[in-house]
Design a protein around this ligand. Structure first.
Ligand code: NDP
Length: 294
């Protein structure tokens, strides 16, 4: 058996096209141009690449991008002052503070200072609470993108057994909430889970968000299951270079699963698309408009 490879790149491209259409409609009908402010403190190379691709995607969707690049020694007070300004700026609908922040800055304090209505990362406790209670919320981008990919494979996820490996606030927990909202029976596994392999083998939908290269082996996967690999791990490659692998052994998964996402080219592109989606959603909500259809 060879699994279907879920083409996250193509699905993200299609989503971005639909977001651009919805953004153009918002501008035409209501005079609103969605705007995203991205704040980067320091010069972590991976963060710089990520921020650049976000800004490019925002501009391509017909939205405004405001980049704030601050030096690594920026004080917490100065960063909080900038966020206060962005919270008050009517042209900014989404604020994204790139993590990790330098050690002199308390990340939780900073993330909690973002206006929940502009919190396109969905990390604010108000948004986490709204998601958990089934209210309109800005939801973290990677989990949203992961669920969209699973739904591309199944018209309905209702009644499916879903296993999420990982319980971080950024991925695992919000992903579990989204799957619950889709009427899945959800198991959240983590580093203290017993018999992880057996737990995974029960899953119709298996989501791996661990950060351990190729931890999920072929014999952890129920035949025919849909496997969404959130992990991004750098491992030594040929000629002293590094290469990216997921949390799932892709080659083995291909033999057993019904469908599987590759790394790269699976969840990663969806995360960026969902940042733009959340910016559009935040802009609509701020104007008292219903959820945009994309
Ligand atoms: P965290 O390190 O915050 O969380 C990892 C989770 O995995 C924890 O809940 C941890 O359990 C669990 N875990 C660790 N080791 C094991 C193990 N041996 N068995 C079972 N569970 C284990 O990571 P994130 O959630 O932030 O990210 C997870 C992965 O997703 C990373 O590879 C990251 O790079 C990637 N990622 C990808 C994104 C994308 O756009 N594609 C975006 C965000 C993240 P415990 O809680 O018990 O410690």
């Amino acid at each position: 058996m060879t699994a279907t490879i879920i083409d996250g790149k193509a699905i993200a491209q299609e989503l971005r096209g639909n977001i651009a259409i919805a953004a153009a409609k918002l501008t035409k009908e209501h005079g609103i141009v969605p705007g995203l402010a991205v704040v980067l403190v320091g010069s972590d190379p991976a963060s710089e690449v990520y921020v650049k691709s976000k800004s490019k995607a925002v501009t391509e969707a017909g939205m405004k991008s405001f980049d704030h690049k601050l030096p690594a020694d920026t004080s917490q007070a100065d960063l909080l002052k900038l966020i206060e300004q962005l919270n008050a700026d009517k042209t900014v609908h989404g604020i994204l503070v790139q993590l990790p922040l330098p050690s002199q800055i308390d990340s939780t304090l900073v993330l909690n200072s973002v206006d929940p209505g502009k919190d396109v990362d969905g990390f604010h406790p108000v948004n986490a609470g709204r998601l958990a209670t089934g209210q309109r919320a800005l939801v973290p981008c990677t989990p949203v993108g992961s669920v969209i990919l699973a739904k591309k494979m199944h018209a309905s996820l209702s009644g499916m057994d879903a296993v999420v490996i990982g319980r971080s606030n950024i991925v695992g927990k919000p992903l579990a909430q989204l799957l619950l909202a889709e009427n899945c029976t959800v198991t959240v596994a983590h580093s203290k889970t017993k018999d992880l392999k057996d737990v995974c083998r029960r899953a119709d939908l298996l989501f791996a968000a661990v950060g351990r290269p190729e931890m999920v082996r072929g014999d952890w996967i129920k035949p025919g299951a849909t496997v969404i690999d959130v992990g991004i791990n750098r491992v030594p490659g040929e000629g002293g270079k590094t290469r990216l692998v997921g949390d799932v052994n892709f080659k083995e998964a291909l033999e057993v699963a019904g469908a599987v996402t590759p790394v790269p080219g699976g969840v990663g592109p969806m995360t960026i698309a969902c940042v733009i989606l959340n910016t559009l959603r935040a802009a609509c909500a701020s104007a008292g408009l219903p959820e945009p259809k994309v």
